[in-house]
Design a protein around this ligand. Sequence first.
Ligand code: PLP
Length: 374
Amino acid sequence: MPFEPFLMERWQSTWENHVDVNLSESGVEPLTVDELLEEDPDLRRAVLEQPLRYVQTNGTTALRERVAALYPGATADHVEVTTGGAEANQMVTWTLIEPGDEVVVMLPNYMQVWGLVRAYGADAKGWQLVEDGDAGRWRPDMDALADLVGERTKLIAICNPNNPTGSCLTADELDLIGAMADRVGAYVLADEIYRGAELTTEEETPSMWGRSERAVITSGLSKAYGLPGLRVGWIAGQTDLVNRCWERHDYATIAPSALSDRLATHALEPTQRARILGRTRAILRENYPVMADWLASHEGTLTHVPPAAGAMLWLRYSHGVNSSELCERLRTEHSVLLVPGDHYGMDGFLRIGFGSEVEELKDGLARVAAALRA
Ligand SMILES: Cc1ncc(COP(=O)(O)O)c(C=O)c1O
């Protein structure tokens, strides 16, 4: 399989630091180290005294225990810490996928798993979510999934809450997915990196954890926690699989950064975790109405199904222009960055992040409105 660039990440990597307003992000305005540590002198001293050595390469026991606490019945041995959620997805797919495997991938989706499994020689089959305005979400079509899953299916890959629609699967739907996977002995890779960033409820989106024999969760601190610069992610799964991923990790980034491991352990302490997720939800709930007002002034030309989680909006537009061309014009003529639907294989859509500071968001939206008028 010739190398296929990861279009969305390439676009963001190239331009996100060269525009006035970046609305291509899917997470919230990041915390500073200062905000993370608050006014706790002992903690600040402990962080300053952290030796910058190689830590335990699959993550310190302290951090793995904090992650394990998020998954009932898990221990530190069920967890591997990775460099971001991206590396977690890479390690799991690299470990599991062999040429000729079939992988069913929920679409639309952050296209990393799609690209990786193809790079590892698998046949990726898209399982399309259905836009359902009446149900108020992009909902899964379980019959379609049943048709796609067969004896050759090695893996079912879901992203829940979903990037880019912000839709969430229910516990019953996850159970059904688990049952379908178990029937053919497939793994379920659930990327749950937006879990905890719910817009309308205090309840976290149900996890895939424990719902299938071969469920493996990937997640991290970049989105719901607003800590992408720590580059901390994790894999939670059966110990055997996690250990196989760890072996591969030796060929990649070896170990998490010592400082990041230390700060992540702090962020996942239960009181801190609640504080950080509370901050995220407060940002989402302040900013979404700004988006909604803006959309109301474009009624008829821009439509969307409100997201349940995450800091992004998946917007259908009807201006008859290709999404990549539109985003290129927004970038070059208005210095604002969005993600084109093309990068998800869905032209006619735009992804707008609404997790940034509210004045920046308003500035960006005004620029997009000006471009759409033109
Ligand atoms: C669904 C999903 N998984 C993983 C990642 C990568 O996360 P990280 O920055 O922690 O590597 C992203 C980033 O946008 C994402 O949207």
